[in-house]
Write a protein that binds this ligand. Structure first.
Ligand code: CP3
Length: 350
């Protein structure tokens, strides 16, 4: 006798399964972060950002803080996309007020000197432990999202050793030594499949791929180095974990969000705030669930603009599957009261 699969009951899982809901589920990129006083207190206790990422009790604590305060429908694991390059053998540190630094891959002997993809797990074991704690401690209605950086975005940091305004060093390697560049994309792709698969085994219910710098790739490069690796990761994860929902965020893809939605095979495409919700409803939502897309600055400025824009996005995307979110991460100067106002506005009865 075969048993029919039970439909999901958590709101986020329902939207990702394609359901149009009266009120979309909501969570926020960087919802655990410096705008929250309780985050700053736990971070101070950890000493520095990386210690926070690698101390499961504290990483779980900051992940839970925004859930307790706001009751978001989803919780995203607290970690960073740059833990994978570190697990592959690069040095990683954060300079306060400036951001991440890595030993550039060329100074470490290139791709040949990186660890194999399946050798990352010992280093990343504390992250899997955080996922296990969270899957025990989260409220039953809250979905746990695991994540990783997409290969192109992670490669830009591994090549430059830091964040860059135009990803120039990564473009230079792509143009000057394409075999080395492609070998790097492949190694990150394989490591990401390993990493996300282990997060799912530990209890992550959904995974998200962040391609924050997809917008600096154009034409065939976008297909080959952003979309194709995310498609490969999505297919591999779905083969290993049937039914696993995947969210892909090719930030800055513009009108090519539609190609990304068709080709990646993700259940949901996250959009930034450079495209309008009306455009996304017409062009992306028929292909996949849409996540987004309130501009983060409303979390700083608040007021009637925040209310109007929240309603506009909710209404524009109300005829198909939608996950409400910001267009990018919330910034440290955001006012926690504005987050409450956004949630209240979204959930108001019409
Ligand atoms: O969204 C979440 O709440 C989950 C945790 C998360 C963090 N980083 C925590 C973090 C996630 C999903 C990320 C992703 C990430 N990290 C991306 C892709 C998404 C994006 O924002 O474009 C990138 C490019 C990184 C790399 C990174 N980490 C940078 C460039 C920085 C410095 C910039 C900054 O905001 O300071 C970080 C640090 C970082 N990652 C912080 C947090 C909460 C701030 C660190 C602190 O407490 O000092």
């Amino acid at each position: 006798m075969s048993i029919a699969p039970t439909p999901p009951s958590k709101l986020l899982l329902r939207a990702l399964a394609g359901e149009t809901l009266p009120v979309p589920p909501i969570w926020m990129m960087r919802q655990a972060g410096r705008y929250l006083p309780e985050y700053r207190a736990t971070r101070a206790k950890a000493g520095d950002f990386l210690s926070l990422c690698y101390t499961p009790d504290l990483a779980a604590e900051v992940t839970l803080q925004p859930i307790r305060r706001y009751g978001f429908d989803a919780s995203i694991l607290f970690a960073d996309i740059l833990l994978v390059p570190q697990a592959l053998g690069l040095d990683l540190w954060f300079v306060t007020g400036e951001g991440p630094r890595l030993s550039p891959i060329a100074e470490k002997g290139g791709v040949a000197a990186l660890k194999p993809a399946d050798a990352i797990h010992d280093h990343l074991a504390p992250v899997y432990e955080t996922v296990k704690i969270l899957s025990r401690e989260l409220p039953s209605e809250t979905t746990l999202i695991g994540f990783a950086g997409a290969p192109w975005t992670v490669a830009t940091y591994m090549i430059a050793g830091r964040g860059t305004p135009d990803q120039g060093p990564a473009h230079a390697l792509k143009d000057e030594n394409r075999p080395e560049f492609e070998a790097l994309i492949d190694r990150i792709t394989e490591a990401t499949i390993e990493y996300l698969s282990a997060q799912v085994a530990a209890g992550a219910e959904v995974v998200k791929l962040f391609d924050s710098w997809a917008g600096s790739l154009s034409g065939d490069d976008l297909d080959r180095y952003s979309i194709a690796p995310m498609a490969r990761i999505t297919a591999a994860l779905k083969a290993r974990h049937p039914g696993l929902p995947v969210i892909a965020f090719p930030r800055g893809a513009g009108t090519r969000f539609t190609d990304a939605a068709r080709a990646i095979g993700a259940d949901c495409i996250a959009i930034d705030d450079a495209v309008s919700p009306e455009w996304a409803a017409e062009h992306v939502q028929p292909i996949a669930c849409v996540q987004g897309n309130l501009a983060s600055r409303h979390m700083v400025t608040g007021g009637q603009d925040l209310i109007d824009e929240t309603r506009r996005i909710r209404d524009a995307l109300s005829k198909g599957p939608h996950v409400f979110n910001l267009g990018h991460g919330i910034t440290p100067d955001a006012d926690p009261d504005n987050v409450a106002l956004m949630i209240e506005t979204l959930r108001e009865t019409r």
